[in-house]
Design a protein around this ligand. Sequence first.
Ligand code: AR6
Length: 175
Amino acid sequence: MTVVKVECIRGNIAEQQDMDVIVNAANAELLPGSGVAGAIHSAAGPGLAEECRALAPIRPGQAVISSAHELPNQHVIHCLGPVYGVDEPSDRLLAECFRNALLLADRHKLTSIAFPAISTGVFGYPLQDAAAVAMKAVSDTLAELNSVRLVRFVLFSDEDRKVFEQALELESGLS
Ligand code: AR6
């Protein structure tokens, strides 16, 4: 079985130079926005929004792939997370984001993928619950991956990183 490393770091998702693909916590229209989407679009330059126009709109749980433009990565995968309490069932839709992004990266023969904490900002998903969903989704998808070797969660604060680290330790399929 393929060995996949899962790690949690504190950092900026738009500054993951060593990763093949970074994941955007997008809006349905794939427009720049705030938070993760703002950071990714401003680092990528206007070409990203232009390319994204043809890929939008997307629905909760869906993942689409684009070029990375001026970012140091090969690609960006855009996921629309659920708005907590609105898009239901939110846990299944959030899990689909991680699963669909991993499978898409794998289909593109990419080896490393960096995720932000999708839905936990503007979309209001409680961080601890989101971390558990994320780790279980990665664990449940591992057996289907051929190319991906490194999954990195990039959290904006050390406090958030600790929450994800704990969820990683609790997800037995990943240890
Ligand atoms: N790097 C890593 N994590 C970040 C960064 C960054 N540069 N910036 C914020 N976070 P959010 P969502 C954390 O709101 O909840 C946008 O406007 C942040 O602390 O970016 O999925 C889109 O256009 C939080 O824990 O994504 C959508 O309309 C997490 O990343 C909507 O917000 C996600 O925060 C998407 O909302």
